[in-house]
Design a protein around this ligand. Structure first.
Ligand code: UGA
Length: 435
């Protein structure tokens, strides 16, 4: 089937390549000319494991193209997927300008019958706005559907090619039939395939992301209690996780959640509920506890280092999670700002995210490796659990440092390993080892 994907960000680019791998004829467009240039040259606009190989293979097979002219990209497509960004406005509401612009573009350039599929995370009711926009322009014959994406950064290729479930929503049977054809190979393979009405599909995505964020904040609130009660949050998470009704996933306490999904989706969902006259205070609390997670780590650094002026702090990992160069809403950068404001010198290491981190926080120094970052430092902080951080030789790290202080914002080390390397070790929600 001929498919057009509008937007080549973290969702759009992987989605386009995955559709090509499923055997479709895919054309992707992005309003950002720089991104189009890069992609047409075979370069990737961001780091995602396995993505470059997949994109190159599909381009070489002739199933995937990047087209800077939207008219050409959309012409002849049976389905157009809207994968544009929905950034937060100052009050947390989702800004849907790019979705409206995409709908306008489809209305202007679609030829024949087209199914317009929303993949961007949007508040319920957006697809109806898309339909109204297209009707107003009046050119195309179209139906609308929602197909929220559940892929995770860092595992996006695997998630797109082997999803744990697929969700499609539409109020029009024809549109559902087109989506079933698009996902035929996945359905045949037995991937759970859920069909709902349009609004439920849109709302389900916010419901999932907000629920996972709530699990993380629950673990972080528990960590605050464990720190006061001298208990171990990891042991408690393991106990909770052994109950299949709870599940162990997303109960890791630490610096909290970041990235371009959870922080903005929790806010957008709360604002959406408020707009409907429902006060979803639980979600404000999820946000508050998430902010508190960074503040608690900052307080622990202060406790360990005393005054921060002229102290050197090494941040190990800068991206919001491992295996990505994405630093949007990264807890590490929030922490970097708090430390810089307190007068510390901050030096970070990240296997992929250094250029992006430097762009976001120019006062941040960066080092090529963890031991370089630790050179002369009074404190090292684990911010992101990259393999390159997990596998650090703690003795070598301690030897490089001015003071043996290790703050573990992701609980990747054991108290025993840290202590035997000679560190004063401060994990999160667990007893510090201060000998
Ligand atoms: C998340 C969802 O997991 C995807 O299903 C969804 O498609 C995506 O948002 C989206 O809406 O596009 P992602 O943001 O890539 O994916 O990353 P996650 O693996 O969910 O992690 C989010 C944040 O939570 C990270 O900062 C991570 O460090 C943090 N986290 C995760 C914890 O602090 N503790 C945990 O136990 C788990």
């Amino acid at each position: 089937m001929q498919i057009c994907v509008l937007g080549t960000g973290h969702v759009g680019l992987v989605t386009a390549a995955a559709f090509a791998r499923f055997g479709h004829d895919v054309c992707a467009y992005d309003a950002d000319a720089r991104k189009m240039d890069l992609l047409q040259r075979g370069d990737m606009p961001f780091y995602e494991p396995g993505m470059e190989e997949l994109v190159h293979a599909e381009v070489a097979a002739g199933r995937l193209r990047f087209e800077p002219d939207p008219a050409v990209a959309i012409r002849g497509a049976e389905a157009v997927f809207i994968c544009v960004g929905t950034p937060p406005r100052a009050d947390g509401e989702a800004n849907l300008r790019a979705v409206e612009a995409a709908a306008t573009m489809v209305a202007e350039h679609a030829t024949g019958d087209v199914v317009v599929v929303e993949k961007s995370t949007v508040p319920a009711g957006t697809a109806e706005r898309v339909a109204a926009t297209m009707e107003r322009i009046g050119n195309a014959r179209f139906r609308v559907a929602s197909n929220p994406e559940f892929l995770r950064e860092g595992k996006a290729v695997q998630d797109a090619l082997h999803p744990d479930r697929l969700l499609v929503g539409s109020d029009v049977p024809d549109a559902l039939a087109v989506l079933r054809r698009i996902y035929a190979t996945q359905i045949e393979r037995g991937v759970p395939y859920i069909e709902t009405d349009l609004r439920s599909a849109e709302l389900a995505k916010h419901a999932c992301n907000a629920f996972l964020s709530m699990k993380i904040s629950y673990a972080n609130a528990l960590a605050r209690i464990c720190e006061r009660a001298d208990a171990d949050v990891t042991a408690i998470a393991d106990v909770m996780g052994s109950d299949p009704r709870i599940g162990r996933a997303f109960l890791d306490a630490g610096l909290g959640f970041g990235g371009y999904c959870f922080p903005k989706d929790v806010q957008a969902f709360e604002r959406f509920a408020k707009g409907l006259g429902y006060d979803f205070g639980l979600l404000r609390e999820v946000e508050r506890i998430n902010e508190e997670a960074v503040e608690a780590t900052f307080a622990r650094i202060k406790e360990a280092c005393w005054n921060l002026e002229s102290k050197r702090v090494a941040l190990l990992g800068l991206s919001f999670k491992p295996d990505t160069d994405d630093v949007r809403f990264a807890p590490a950068l929030k922490l970097a700002r708090l430390l810089l404001d307190a007068g510390a010198e901050v030096i970070g290491f990240d296997p992929q995210a250094e250029p992006n981190a430097k762009r976001e926080v120019p006062e941040l120094n960066v080092a090529p490796g963890p031991y370089d970052a630790a050179e002369g430092a009074h404190c090292a902080v684990v911010c992101t659990e990259w393999d390159q951080v997990r596998s650090i030789d703690l003795v070598r790290l301690r030897t490089a440092m001015a003071e043996p202080v290790l703050i573990d914002g992701r609980n990747v080390f054991t108290p025993e390993a840290a202590a035997s390397a000679g560190f004063r070790y401060y994990p999160t929600g667990r007893r510090p080892t201060l000998a």
